[in-house]
Design a protein around this ligand. Structure first.
Ligand SMILES: Cc1cc2nc3c(=O)[nH]c(=O)nc-3n(C[C@H](O)[C@H](O)[C@H](O)COP(=O)(O)OP(=O)(O)OC[C@H]3O[C@@H](n4cnc5c(N)ncnc54)[C@H](O)[C@@H]3O)c2cc1C
Length: 432
């Protein structure tokens, strides 16, 4: 029997378990360990609450979770409740699928002032992540600045701009819905260091901004390259840029909230008396390698909130080789050390969609077929259970999670799929 411990129950963790099932059939036991009592990682805590169809992929993971040879072992934090070395002594393979949950810091003077928040924190707040439920971001307005030109920046912008009605059918948590309902934010500025042809925004997410009840996207025509240059873009990117161009005529008919795209704009400082009051931005231009270079010309945007959507890092784990520059585990095609592997954002860094994590799982299962043979008669899950019991760890299994889920569904607002519990205590309590 092969015993595999997967640490992290996000997409990468479940795809790894699925691949192990496919390749080894009944000759494998996979334990998916997560520090939270609830599974699915960023499917629950990252993907936007108004994009429910994307979250439906969790049903596929449920099929994996309910099969006999895969277990969910929730409320167990690796590094706190059990060490990597202990897991390695119990399992033939340990696979790190811990994601990249830490925000990259905004490295400019004033970048740590109250009112500057990272996207992991802000997204975690509106999605009910227990670590960020108490964030209480300043929404007094009238200005908010979003740094970044990727889909996370678009998610944050859209959530700030929507009306209460527009959240119908979403699972945005109650505290965020109420706070956003009383928001004074009237101008959302999206900063990108480069131009419209260098965005990392997908057409669907960008298109949505053109259809909001009370917000208008505003772009500056002079920022765009000649129309003919769009033909050189790959089709998805061309579609995104077409959406941006469609915003040009909309810019002339403002609604209550303006979503202003500032391209060629690099934040250089955040200022204010004890909290964010303004951000200083330097205009940029592109060099011949399409890198942004500061021009020395600066301007000021008054704002009470800055959300930095500038990427994430995997927290290091003691004893696991780490690539500091890239903020992920040091690995070669997912192999870290003998018996130790990584997948998903912990392996590649924070990019790609949910589906991008699937081949990672299959890659590791293929490695395991070569590296661990038929298994080395390790203790596997019985050994883990004994260890966790001896330490008094209150483990949450998949049936417990289903009880938590049922309780969340039962207390949902009208028309919402669920009202998430946002504290560990409430999640644990809902098992009963
Ligand atoms: C804001 C946002 C929106 C996104 N929206 C979309 C979208 O609309 N569509 C799309 O395709 N992709 C989207 N993505 C990308 C997608 O969420 C990721 O590709 C995917 O979640 C990465 O999977 P993962 O398993 O590597 O990490 P994660 O999903 O982050 O899972 C990591 C898991 O590891 C657990 N963990 C971490 N440390 C420990 C530890 N020490 N011990 C035990 N458990 C631990 C965590 O609790 C978590 O459950 C979005 C990402 C973000 C940030």
């Amino acid at each position: 029997m092969r015993h595999v411990a997967v640490i992290g129950s996000g997409p990468a963790g479940y795809y790894t378990a699925e691949a192990c099932q496919k390749i080894f059939g009944d000759d494998v036991r996979v334990d998916i360990i997560d520090r939270l009592p609830v599974p699915y990682g960023l499917i629950r805590f990252g993907v936007a609450p108004d994009h429910q169809s994307i979250k439906a992929v969790a049903k596929r993971y449920e099929t994996v979770a309910l099969s006999g040879n895969v277990r969910f072992v929730g409320n167990v934090s690796v590094g706190r409740d059990v060490s990597i070395a202990e897991l390695q002594s119990l399992y033939d393979a340990v696979v790190l699928a811990t994601g990249a949950p830490n925000d990259r810091s905004l490295d400019v003077p004033g970048g740590a002032l109250p009112g500057v928040v990272g996207s992991a924190a802000f997204v975690g707040w509106y999605n009910g992540h227990p670590d960020f439920a108490a964030l209480n971001p300043p929404l007094h307005g009238p200005g908010a600045v979003i740094i970044g030109n990727g889909n996370v920046a678009l998610d944050v912008t859209r959530i700030l701009a929507k009306t209460r009605d527009e959240f119908a059918g979403s699972d945005i948590v109650g505290h965020a819905l109420d706070a956003l309902d009383h928001s004074g934010v009237k101008r959302i500025t999206v900063l990108g260091r480069r131009g419209p042809h260098q965005i990392a925004m997908t057409p669907k997410e960008l298109g949505e901004l053109g259809h909001l009840q009370r917000a208008t996207p505003v772009v500056e025509p002079a920022d765009f390259p000649p129309l003919g240059d769009d033909a050189l873009l790959e089709p998805g990117m061309r579609k995104s840029v077409t959406h941006l161009r469609d915003f040009i005529p909309m810019s002339a008919t403002p609604k209550e909230i303006a979503v202003e795209f500032n391209f060629f704009a690099m934040p250089v400082a955040v200022e204010g008396e004890g909290r964010v009051e303004r951000i200083i931005v330097e205009r940029t231009r592109l060099d011949d390698q399409l890198r942004s270079i500061g021009t020395g010309e600066r301007y000021v945007i008054p704002c009470g909130l800055v959300v930095a959507c500038i990427g994430y890092q995997t927290p290091p784990i003691e004893g696991v080789p780490y690539e500091h520059g890239r903020g992920r585990f040091a690995n070669t095609d997912g192999r870290i050390l003998p018996g130790l592997y990584c997948v998903g954002w912990a392996r590649r860094g924070p990019s790609g969609t949910i589906g991008t994590n699937r081949p990672d799982g299959y890659l590791i299962a293929d490695h395991l077929a070569i590296d661990i043979g038929a298994g080395a008669a390790k203790q596997g899950r019985e050994g883990l259970d004994a260890l966790l019991t001896s330490r008094g760890v209150d483990v949450v299994n998949f049936r417990d999670w289903q009880k938590i889920e049922a309780a969340e569904v039962a207390r949902a607002r009208d028309g919402a799929p669920r009202e998430k519990f946002v504290s560990l205590g409430d999640m644990m309590g809902a098992r009963r």
